[in-house]
Ligand binder design. Structure first.
Ligand code: DON
Length: 619
């Protein structure tokens, strides 16, 4: 066996599939290259490229994926989007309808009732749309189109001057359409500059990869998945995809949506651009066309991809994943705040009144409805509901409204809604902040993570349940957990070996990686142990109050410190060095045994808690 082949040189199964597909359909020689624009006749019938771009920005490409060709009619949906941004839906609909015609792309027709072009994908509609592009002059209008296309493609695009000239010289039929539009006042002024702009937009040169990335930008809510730049406002993506789905393939549109099932647009340059919303974009290029003006191989490839990868829009998988990823309460998982025995007992007894809902995926009306139903059904058994949005990808407006209404219903029932991990959902967080603040005292009900959300809920619960709940400020040495079960004599003996140290709030007490020296018994104040995650974020491992032990792991195994410990308030600790522990052990083996027993109990409590949490989270 040869192990020397670099693994990276072995192609992915998807790449392999595309290569096979390319090989298979390269054999098809049906169709003819467009000749009605003389310059297009120069295309080589053998050119053939296939690209798929995902919404996370990966592009698969095979064949002539970098061969330039003119975008032609594929420019129509892109310019339509720009014009929607310029004027808004209503104004645009007043000029151009959205009804499929079943006619050829260059049919000379208007809606007999409205006198407007039937849709923006046929030439009449596209020319009317070109007439609506805003700009101070012809050059500015073209510049805006080029800029838009460049954002879609992820690089500067330009006009192919030969094709432009050729189309301008021979575009008599389009000229007829332009003048007809002028006659019916769909185009307000001289149609010639409008036609010129239309010829220019059709002559923009792209390659197959560009088309896939353009399609993926539409699939990705208008954001180019590679550059992160907005090609079109999200609000108008739906409009553009709708006309592509119904009219993008002209008189083949019905069969296309039936067999392929994706919004798409073809061009006489040989390109087909298809979009699977939310998932991917496809670009296929092969210049030989069928009688509808669609690329022969392009159609075959799209049909095969749709069939083999189940890409049809209406091939909706059953809801395999619930929006509620996991549901538990504060008896099962507690905050990182280490509680004393009394507090822990109260939380064990009443922690079920704090429920945690971890949500996931796309939150739409139907998935939000599941959350609303579940929470409303359990309102009687809870006082707090933490809604964790860490794994939520998007919240659509309908779901956002439903969740805000839920917040109000919960508040009316005196149940506190608490949200966590909202960084990726800033606009929803803003809406929530202005909707309601059930604490009514400026307390933020949005926390950076579940730990802080849980701590807040636990504190509220402890305040409700323990009349004199007040986090312990200081403990006498005799009550510290390390001294549990000690005789007076043992206590006095240990006291001789420990050293009192103090730190100010904000001081770093221990640093991850440091060599171990002492174990710390916290007598007064609070500290937090944290680690920095690979993402750069700080993660709190535990928050300790007076009576807690820290620095014990490195003290025992003599390995470097595993976390940073910082004083949250002014603190006072007793420390015991490893050397003094050894002296103490020699002089009083019983005290050593008692100390170790308390340490082991402390560590087993920590371990028990961790294994309980793992059990809950693994469900
Ligand atoms: O209007 C024309 O003739 C071309 N510039 C564009 C037509 C086109 O691409 C039709 N699509 N299949």
């Amino acid at each position: 066996m040869n192990f020397s082949i670099a693994r990276s040189s072995i192609s992915s199964p998807i790449q392999h599939y595309l290569e096979e597909l390319h090989r298979e359909y390269a054999q098809v020689n049906d169709g003819t290259v467009a000749t009605y624009i003389p310059e297009l006749a120069r295309a080589d019938k053998r050119w053939f490229g296939i690209c798929i771009a995902t919404t996370d920005g990966h592009v698969y490409e095979v064949g002539d994926s970098r061969q330039l060709f003119t975008i032609q009619s594929i420019s129509k949906p892109l310019v339509y989007g720009l014009v929607l941004e310029d004027h808004g839906e209503e104004t645009v609909l007043n000029s151009v309808g959205v009804e499929p015609t079943g006619d050829a792309f260059n049919s000379i027709s208007l809606d007999p009732q409205s006198g407007c072009p039937l849709n923006p994908m046929i030439n009449a509609g596209a020319i009317a749309i070109a007439g609506l592009v805003k700009g101070t002059n012809a050059a500015d209008k073209l510049h805006r189109i080029l800029q838009t296309f460049s954002r879609y493609a992820g690089h500067e695009v330009a006009i192919d001057p030969m094709v432009y000239r050729s189309e301008k010289d021979t575009g008599h039929r389009n000229r007829a359409i332009g003048h007809m539009l002028r006659n019916f006042n769909v185009v307000a002024d001289d149609p010639e500059p409008v036609l010129d702009l239309y010829f220019q937009q059709c002559s923009i040169a792209v390659d197959c990869r560009d088309m896939a990335v353009m399609a993926a930008s539409l699939a990705n809510g208008g954001i180019n998945p590679i550059t992160g730049l907005q090609a079109i406002k999200r609000d108008y993506v739906e409009n553009v995809l709708s006309v592509m789905a119904t009219c993008g393939m002209y008189d083949y549109a019905g069969e296309w949506i039936y067999k392929v099932g994706m919004p798409a647009k073809s061009g006489v340059g040989g390109g087909i651009l298809a979009v699977l919303p939310g998932q991917l974009g496809i670009g296929v290029f092969s210049p030989a066309l069928d009688t509808h003006g669609n690329s022969v191989r392009g159609l075959l490839v799209c049909r095969a991809l749709s069939r083999d990868f189940n890409l049809h829009l209406f091939d909706v998988p059953g809801f395999s994943k619930s929006v509620i990823r996991s549901k538990y309460d504060a008896t099962q998982i507690r905050s990182r705040r280490v509680r004393n025995e009394k507090e822990a007992a109260v939380l064990k007894e009443s922690g079920a009144r704090i429920k945690i809902y971890e949500l996931q995926g796309e939150v739409t009306f139907t998935s939000a409805e599941v959350v609303v139903r579940d929470i409303m059904k359990s309102l009687d058994s809870m006082d707090f509901a933490i809604i964790d949005m860490k794994r939520v990808v998007t919240i659509n407006p309908a779901a956002g409204k439903l969740l805000r209404d839920l917040v109000q219903s919960m508040t009316a029932q005196h149940v506190y809604p608490v949200f966590s991990h909202m960084d990726a959902h800033e606009s929803f967080a803003c809406e929530l902040r202005t909707t309601v603040n059930p604490a009514g005292s400026g307390v933020s009900l949005i926390f950076s993570d579940n730990d802080f959300a849980l701590e807040w809920c636990e504190d509220q619960l402890l305040t409700q349940k323990m009349r004199a709940y007040c986090p312990m400020g200081a403990v006498p040495f005799s009550e510290h957990q390390i001294c549990r079960g000690f005789t007076m004599q043992q206590l006095a003996c240990l006291q001789e070996y420990v050293r009192c140290v103090t730190f100010k709030a904000g001081d770093m007490v221990l640093r991850r990686g440091d060599q171990p020296d002492n174990i710390y018994f916290l007598m007064k104040g609070e500290v937090s142990a944290t680690v920095r995650l690979p993402t750069g974020k700080l993660k709190r491992l535990s928050a300790l109050s007076a009576g807690a032990i820290f620095g014990e792991l490195a003290f025992i195994d003599q390995m470097p410190r595993s976390a940073d410990v910082r004083a949250d308030t002014d603190i006072e600790c007793y420390t015991l060095s490893r050397e003094d522990f050894d002296h103490l052990s020699e002089s009083d083996p019983h005290l050593r045994a008692a100390l170790l027993e308390n340490l082991v109990r402390h560590i087993s409590q920590m371990l028990r808690r961790i294994s309980d949490e793992v059990t809950v989270l693994a469900q």
